[in-house]
Write a protein that binds this ligand. Structure first.
Ligand code: Y12
Ligand code: CO
Length: 176
């Protein structure tokens, strides 16, 4: 089932998510729905809080060489912890909860995380490149943080201006 994605400035997006403790059918349905929701919106990553579930679960589906996002290549990351990080990198980010706005964000260049899968088994993952950026972006969601909070004062002002304009246009659609 496709779920509704909360959009900035919905207050729930600021909530800190809590650890997953039960790896049951409810969690599996949430993860399956998140995958369907992410694909329906052309996303490559989604955190549970974006569909109003404040639990520490996120998914990442980087397109493969055939530009497909396959369910069996999807990363389902539960209760992640960063155990090592190195360097810095800058990537132009977007977020399904902040539609239509993209901006450069600086993050760690490589990270190592530990996490659990949908069955509660533990894993360690070394990430670099787009995957590394996506994991950090989605892990921020678990702590109630959006990528726009990483922006400089000037870029944040630019975002607020664009948001006001798009809300105005939604309220008063052009008729010509
Ligand atoms: C690099 C940077 C950020 C991430 C986090 C995951 N972000 C997304 O998956 C963003 C997707 C996105 C898709 C959009 O397209 C549609 O909704 C059709 C989009 O455009 C609009 O909303 C107009 C914005 C963001 C991972 C890796
Ligand atoms: Co996001």
């Amino acid at each position: 089932m496709i779920r509704t994605i909360l959009e900035y400035p919905h207050p729930t997006l600021k909530q800190r998510s809590t650890d997953v403790t039960t790896f049951d059918e409810t969690l599996h349905t949430l993860l399956d729905d998140m995958f369907e929701t992410m694909l329906a919106h052309n996303g490559i990553g989604l955190a549970a809080i974006q569909v109003a579930q404040p639990v520490r679960a996120l998914i990442i589906g980087i397109p493969n060489q055939a530009d497909e996002q396959l369910k069996n290549e999807l990363l389902e990351i539960i209760n992640p912890t960063v155990v090592a990080k190195e360097g810095t990198t800058t990537y132009q980010e977007g977020c399904l909860s902040v539609p239509g706005f993209y901006e450069d964000v600086e993050r760690s260049d490589t990270i190592t995380i530990t996490y659990q899968d949908r069955h509660g088994s533990s894993h360690t993952l070394n990430a670099e490149g787009l995957l590394c950026v996506a994991i950090q972006h989605e892990m921020d969601h678990l702590n109630g943080k959006l990528f726009i909070e990483h922006l400089s004062y000037g870029k944040r002002k630019k975002f607020e201006k664009e948001l006001k304009k798009s809300l105005r246009e939604k309220k008063n659609p052009k008729t010509d």
